[in-house]
Structures are given as C-alpha cells and as structure tokens.
Design a protein around this ligand. Structure first.
Ligand code: SF4
Length: 304
C-alpha cells in the first residue's frame, strides 16, 4: 500500500468509527476498496449483513440497487453510495412501468426479480432472488407460470435446473457477455489441470463449458475447498483480488481480462472518504415503495 492509500485508509477508519459506520463491499470492487471493507461478499451475503448490522451508517461499495436493498431492509439507517452514478445497466433494462404492462399480459404469473433490479421493480414483484438463491427460490414456488426479470441468462440457467415454466425478460449483463466460449477453450488448453467456474449471468454457451456454475460467494467457497490448484474464473475480474488473497497457494486466471464492470469501479477510496465526511450521496427508498419491495426481499431471505 502506498503512502497515499495509507493516509486515506487512516482517515476513513477514523471517520468510520466516529460515525458508527460499517463498510460493505461487493466482490467486484477495486482491491483497495475490498481491503478497507468490514465485509466483502455477494449480493445475498451483503443484504444479510445489512439486515443484521447495528451500525448507524452503511457505506455501500457496490452499485445503486445494492444500496437500495440495504435501505429497504434498514430504513432507520443512513445508506451511503460513494458514487451516485454507480448504476447497473442490467437493472436498468426493466422499469416498473414496463413490468406492470407485462404483468397485464400474463395474468396469474408469479414475478420473480433478480436482486439486480430497482426498488420500484422489486415493489412490483412477488419474490426476489440472488444468483446464489435463485434455484431454491424458484423451486419453492407453487405457480404455473413464472415471469423472471431482468436477466435472461440467469433465468435460462435456472430453467435448466427446474421443471417450472419460466418466461424470461430479455435483460443481460454487458460485462458477463464479454466472456466467450473461445476464451474458456483456449485457457483449458493452456491450463489442462484447471477447473472452470463461471457465473450464471454468462451466456449459455459459456455455462455449458464450465465445471461449476456459481455465485461469487459460491466461487469463494469453492476456491477454498477444491483440491484443484488452478481455477479459470468466468465473472467480473474484481473477484480475482479476493480469491488470490484468501488462497495464496492457488492460481486464479480470469476467463477474460475484459470482463470489467465500469460501474463497480466508480467507487474509490477518495470517494468513500468524501462520502463519510459529507454524509452524502445518500440512497433512501421512498416509504411507499420500500414497504412493497420489502415483501419481495423478505420472502427471499425467509427461503434461503
Ligand atoms: S457486473 Fe453486470 S450485473 Fe453486476 S453491476 Fe455490473 S453490469 Fe450490473
């Protein structure tokens, strides 16, 4: 760590203490942001942490829908998103109005929304899921038709794991789409002893080539437990920092160096410091939306 980072880190830690704040960071965050966080995890783990924390302030190092989820679960806390422009292009592919219209076309369908969606979309949904909980959530539903929003690729992957009839919204993650089957086949040749783990947001042709299809939290557990010493990792490359830190004896190879989510990288140490100094930008979900969205999020947390 350079002098600049050490100085910033010290200031952040002091302010964090005086504000009684907790710093939560997603597995895709910059390495230096992960290193300063109290907890690093996937969307499910972060929402569970947010639900349980007794801090007054949550500094959410991730993207907008994640901070909204924290606000849905903890209305009495101040939720800070150090860069308010950190959105998720996939979440933006479904709007509450668009979803209402589709629901009118599909009366009787149960709406399952991936956590990567706005609070307003969650408020229009029956139950929420993360990539770690998706199969379990869908399997628990007693429904003829399930409308799954917004990720068609996660939806497709779940549909291969269940007999339920799923109607998929045509959304996608542009970052995961940068991973192509040819990347995996080249790397498999280069590292014949390796295991390939990919995220279910990847396209089906990539998923078909994987040994394991896992959430980022699942990848971290798998990396610890597997006997394999080389892992090819098909997800956003921010996770490589954590995997290397936790498993110094193993080798982690990104499936594609281009799988970078520019939105996740908007959060920096400087912005975390400014955010704690000025207690802004704050993300707060309006109460009427929050209460309806909370039903969908709570249902997921009960199931997992
Ligand atoms: S990696 Fe994809 S799904 Fe995750 S925040 Fe970035 S764009 Fe959204």
């Amino acid at each position: 760590m350079g002098n600049r980072d050490t100085e910033l880190t010290e200031k952040i830690l002091n302010l964090k203490k005086s504000r009684n704040a907790v710093i939560l960071a997603h597995n895709y965050q910059l390495g230096e942001v992960q290193d300063i966080a109290d907890f690093v995890g996937d969307s499910l783990e972060l929402s569970q942490k947010a639900a349980k924390t007794d801090a007054d302030v949550i500094v959410f190092c991730g993207v907008h829908f994640m901070a909204e989820t924290a606000s849905i679960l903890c209305p009495d806390k101040v939720v800070l998103l150090p860069d308010i422009h950190a959105g998720c292009p996939m979440a933006d592919m479904v709007t509450a109005e668009g979803l209402r219209q589709r629901k009118r076309e599909l009366p009787g369908a149960i709406v399952v929304c991936y956590v990567n969606s706005s609070a307003e979309v969650k408020a229009e949904s029956d139950v929420c899921c993360t990539s770690a909980s998706a199969v379990k959530v869908i399997e628990s539903l007693d429904a003829k038709d399930i409308l799954f929003v917004p990720d068609q690729y996660l939806g497709h992957y779940i549909s291969t794991k269940t007999d339920k009839k799923m109607i998929l919204w045509p959304g996608f993650c542009p970052t995961h789409l940068r991973i192509h089957p040819k990347h995996l086949s080249h790397l498999r040749q280069e590292y014949p002893q390796s295991k390939v783990v990919v995220h279910p947001e990847c396209r089906p042709e990539v998923v078909d080539l994987a040994d394991e299809v896992l959430s980022t939290g699942g990848m971290c557990r798998f990396a610890r437990e597997t006997k394999a010493e080389e892992l090819i990792v098909g997800t956003e490359i921010g996770i490589i920092h954590r995997l290397r830190k936790e498993n110094p004896g193993k080798k982690f190879i990104p499936a594609s160096e281009q799988a970078i989510c520019p939105m996740m990288k908007l959060i920096t140490l400087e912005k975390i410091l400014w955010s704690l100094e000025e207690m802004t930008p704050e993300v707060r979900v309006p109460e009427e939306v929050r209460l309806r969205a909370k039903v969908a999020v709570d249902k997921m947390l009960e199931i997992v």
